[in-house]
Design a protein around this ligand. Structure first.
Ligand SMILES: Cc1cc2nc3c(=O)[nH]c(=O)nc-3n(C[C@H](O)[C@H](O)[C@H](O)COP(=O)(O)O)c2cc1C
Length: 173
């Protein structure tokens, strides 16, 4: 079967080259709102989504991620917006955060934005530096980092997907 939603799901790819031009507020809010409609365990909406566009704050987030990665490059590939997904520290934190993150990646692609899931917020927000950031932003320091997204206008062609492995799904009838 084919429809617009399936087309978005099948054609979204990770983008790793971005234009420096910032996305519009409308585009940003569209992506963030899509995140808020992801399923969450018991409908508790425990994730917290932070969009970082201020250049100094963006630089600090990138530098902390790079420090954990053990290099000095920009793990966010120059994307002008970084979205951080955190969640209340319960047994569903990672699952809820992943659902929210995936919704936003697909929403971004559906409106023509490039995005890439970027790892390490778990480690980032366990550090004193990460907790100080949360405090500065008026957030609860006990939140756990789940995922982050590099978001912006792609400055490259859409990469081709890898072939799907043959036994990815099974149907038991
Ligand atoms: C949990 C998770 C962590 C990821 N971390 C990174 C990362 O730190 N940097 C990066 O460039 N891509 C990261 N990715 C993106 C994957 O590399 C990408 O989704 C995968 O290669 C498949 O490509 P596609 O997204 O184009 O389908 C991550 C994806 C997931 C789901």
């Amino acid at each position: 079967m084919k429809n617009e939603t399936l087309n978005v799901l099948l054609t979204r790819r990770s983008v790793r080259e971005f234009k420096s031009e910032q996305i519009s507020d409308d585009e940003l809010v569209t992506v963030l709102e899509a995140g808020t409609y992801a399923p969450t365990a018991r409908g508790m909406q425990t994730p917290v989504i932070i969009a970082v566009q201020n250049p100094d704050e963006r630089g600090a987030v990138s530098a902390l991620n790079a420090k954990i990665q053990g290099n000095s490059g920009d793990p966010y590939y120059g994307a002008p917006t970084i979205i951080l997904v955190l969640a209340a520290d319960d047994r569903f934190a990672e699952l809820n955060g992943a659902a929210v993150t995936t919704n936003m990646l697909n929403a971004a692609h559906s409106i023509g934005l490039g995005s890439c899931w970027i790892h390490r917020p778990g480690e980032m927000f366990r550090t004193d530096e990460g907790k100080a950031m949360l405090k500065k932003w008026g957030l609860d320091e006990t939140l756990v980092g789940v995922a982050s997204i590099a978001l912006g206008y792609a400055d490259c062609e859409a990469p081709a997907p890898k072939p799907r492995k043959a036994d990815y799904y099974r149907i038991i009838k």
